[in-house]
Design a protein around this ligand. Structure first.
Ligand code: DAK
Length: 258
């Protein structure tokens, strides 16, 4: 597939996807979301790729869904067309870790896209917001659900009800963002995180991702049971034997991802 709205490359163990609609601050349209879904599927099927980094430009990660594309849409268009939902869900179902490297605006669907990722690394210029209320719509892709889980009810209500933007420092303080670096370092920092992960067992990374995500979907008792089952299952991995033997033999583990 030839991409027009994203740029895709491999950087060692990382699959790097750069949103690339500079004329619209990387606003998300059907083409972009289709291409993103396709790229993620490719990286997921690629045994050499451990995790994916998703980024935008220095000015914008993504300024939201494409307002020009939505402006004349009717309820029937949105509902019957299942507006952006099909491939949008592909980000959520990716089983390998996905890291958002965010500089500039991450607004509306852009903020929601970042929140679907597993880790957000922010550049100092990053601004997060759910300003849909200004357009006469509520957030539609997780803003009212993932933001309160990540940042708490007070911040979620504040951002969604007033359209105020939150800067990188505030986003880190409330727990939406895991690290802040200089803008020009944001992709390198995310790639370095993938390099660290690449030293570990991929099936274990996938188990961890699945287990942490389960924490947001279920009760504590069920979540703990899910975690316990993953833990027990790990003893079926060659990588568990390698990891523990390497520790006992005082050497670096050589994981084979099985
Ligand atoms: N859509 C289309 N074009 C956009 C855009 C957007 N979201 N954001 C910016 N642009 C375009 C501008 O129209 C402008 O184009 P030209 O006039 O040059 O042709 C160009 O990008 C540069 O923008 P500005 O001139 O406005 O740049 P400024 O630096 O002055 O301002 C800004 C930057 C980010 C503050 C401003 O552009 C802005 O407020 N943008 C809109 C932000 C916004 O309201 N975002 C929320 C959109 S609604 C769903 C999935 C997703 C969604 C819903 C459902 N499902 C799966 C069901 C999401 C909804 C949304 O995100």
């Amino acid at each position: 597939m030839a991409y027009s709205a994203i740029v895709v490359e491999k950087r060692g163990p990382a699959g790097l996807v750069r949103l690339n609609r500079p004329e619209a601050l990387n606003a998300l349209n059907d083409t972009l979301v289709d291409e993103l879904g396709h790229a993620l599927a490719g990286f997921e099927a690629d045994d050499a790729i451990v995790a994916i980094v998703l980024t935008g430009s220095e000015k914008a990660f993504a300024a939201g869904a494409d307002i020009a594309a939505m402006a004349t849409m009717s309820w029937m268009d949105a509902y019957r067309g299942d507006y952006i939902t099909r491939n949008w869900e592909r980000v959520k179902t990716c089983r390998k870790p996905v890291i958002a490297a965010v500089s500039g605006f991450a607004l509306g669907g852009g903020c929601e896209l970042a929140m679907m990722c597993d880790i957000i690394v922010a550049g100092e210029s990053a601004k997060f917001g759910q300003p849909e209320v200004r357009l006469g719509i509520p957030p539609g892709a997780g803003g009212t659900q993932r933001l309160p889980r990540a940042a708490g009810k007070a911040k979620a209500m504040d951002l969604c009800l007033t359209a105020r933007f939150m800067d990188a420092a505030e986003a880190e303080r409330v727990g939406l963002v895991s690290r802040i670096v200089a803008d020009e370092r944001v992709v390198d920092e995310a790639l370095a995180i993938v390099d660290t992960m690449a030293g570990y067992s991929l099936p274990v990374l996938m188990m961890i991702k699945e287990s942490v995500n389960r924490a947001f979907e279920t009760t504590l008792t069920e979540g703990l049971l899910f975690e316990r089952r993953s833990f027990h299952a790990a003893f079926g991995l060659e990588d568990q034997k390698e990891g523990m033997n390497a520790f006992l033999e005082k050497r670096k583990a050589d994981f084979r991802h099985r």
